[in-house]
Design a protein around this ligand. Structure first.
Ligand code: CP
Length: 307
C-alpha cells in the first residue's frame, strides 16, 4: 500500500494500522532528509497550505510550518487572535475566504471538538486536524508512537501509561487509539476526577496510584493539567496535585527497571513533571519534538497523494 485510506487526517480513530505504518515508513525517509546538510525536497512544490490556528500553539504550529517549508510548499499562516474572526466572521466564511485564494490543504487547530470534521464536509481542500478541543490531536499521537518505536524498536507489546489530566486531553484520546492500533497495552492514571467516567470502554487499564503505574509501564507519557479547559475545581490545589501525581526522580529511583518518559508539551515544571526527570536520560521529550517535523512531512506528503 502506498496511499492513505483517507483524504483528510481528522483523527486516529478514522485511520487504519496500515495507514499508521505507511506514515511511519514515510517519516523514516523524511527523517533521513532532515539530517542532510540540505534539508529540503521539492515534493510539495506548487501546493499551497494554510495553517489556521484558533487556539494557541508553539510546537504544533512551528512544526507544521517547518514541515511544509522542507517539502517546498507555499505556506500562509492565519491566527484568529489578530483576524476578522474578532469582528464576528464565521468559521466557514473565514475558511472559504482563505480557500478562494487557491489553497490546497488546511491545517487547523480549534477549541471546538469536531471543527475540522465540519470543515471537511464543506470544503474541497485536504484537512489536517492540529488539535480540536478535548477531542483528538492525531499528529501528536503519531509522533509519540513513532518516538516509542524509535526508542524501543517497536510499539507492539509495549506497556504505555498515560498519566495526568485525561479528561481534558486530546493527546490522551489520540494516543489511546494509536497505541492500541499498533498493538500496545495502554493504562491511564490520574485522580478519579480527571479520568472520564466510561474510559474502560476504550479497553484501557485504570490506575489511581502513580507509583504502581510507573512500575507497570515501559513508557510513561505525562500530561499537563489543562487549567484553561477546567470550569470547576477537580483537585484542591496544584501543590496537592504535584504531591500525589507529579513525577520526580525519587519515584524513578525506586523502580527496578528502565523507563521512558514522554510529555507532549508544554510542560508545567514542578507540577506534573520535575526538571530532574524532564531533563534526565529517561526523557525523550525533545526527540518527540524533533520527530514531529518528519511525521508532519509524511502526513502532508501522503495526503497530497489523495487529493
Ligand atoms: N503538543 C502541543 O500540541 O503543543 P502546542 O500546544 O505548543 O502546539
Amino acid at each position: 500500500m502506498s496511499q492513505l485510506s483517507s483524504r483528510h487526517l481528522l483523527g486516529i480513530k478514522d485511520i487504519t494500522a496500515e495507514d499508521i505504518q505507511l506514515i511511519f515508513e514515510t517519516a523514516d525517509n523524511f527523517k533521513e532528509v532532515l539530517n542532510r546538510p540540505i534539508k529540503k525536497v521539492p515534493s510539495l512544490r506548487d501546493i499551497t497550505i494554510a495553517n489556521i490556528f484558533f487556539e494557541n500553539s508553539t510546537r504544533t504550529k512551528l512544526s507544521f510550518e517547518l514541515a511544509e517549508k522542507r517539502l517546498s510548499a507555499d505556506v500562509v499562516n492565519f491566527s484568529s487572535s489578530n483576524s476578522s474572526v474578532k469582528k464576528g466572521e464565521t468559521l466557514i466564511d473565514t475558511v472559504n475566504n482563505i480557500l478562494s485564494m487557491k489553497v490546497d490543504m488546511v491545517v487547523m487547530r480549534h477549541s471546538s471538538p469536531g471543527a475540522p470534521h465540519f470543515l471537511s464536509r464543506n470544503i474541497k481542500a485536504n484537512i489536517v486536524n492540529a488539535g480540536d478541543g478535548t477531542h483528538e490531536h492525531p499528529t501528536q499521537a503519531l509522533l509519540d508512537a513513532f518516538s516509542i518505536r524509535e526508542k524501543l524498536g517497536d510499539v507492539a507489546g509495549k506497556k504505555v501509561a498515560i498519566i495526568g489530566d485525561i479528561l481534558h486531553s486530546r493527546v490522551a484520546l489520540s494516543n489511546i487509539f494509536c497505541l492500541q492500533k499498533l498493538g500496545a497495552e495502554v493504562m491511564v492514571c490520574g485522580p478519579i476526577t480527571l479520568l472520564p467516567k466510561h474510559i474502560t470502554s476504550l479497553g484501557v487499564k485504570v490506575e489511581y496510584d502513580i507509583q504502581k503505574a510507573l512500575e507497570w509501564c515501559d513508557v510513561a507519557n505525562i500530561l499537563r493539567i489543562q487549567l484553561e479547559r477546567q470550569q470547576i475545581k477537580y483537585f484542591p490545589s496544584l501543590r496537592e496535585y504535584s504531591l500525589f501525581y507529579g513525577v520526580n526522580k525519587k519515584m524513578l529511583d525506586r523502580l527496578d527497571k528502565e523507563i521512558v518518559i514522554m510529555h507532549p508539551g508544554p510542560i508545567n515544571r514542578g507540577v506534573e513533571l520535575n526538571s530532574d526527570v524532564a531533563d534526565s536520560e529517561h526523557s525523550i521529550i525533545l526527540n518527540q519534538v524533533e520527530n514531529g517535523v518528519a511525521i508532519r512531512m509524511a502526513v502532508l506528503y501522503l495526503l497530497a497523494g489523495v487529493r
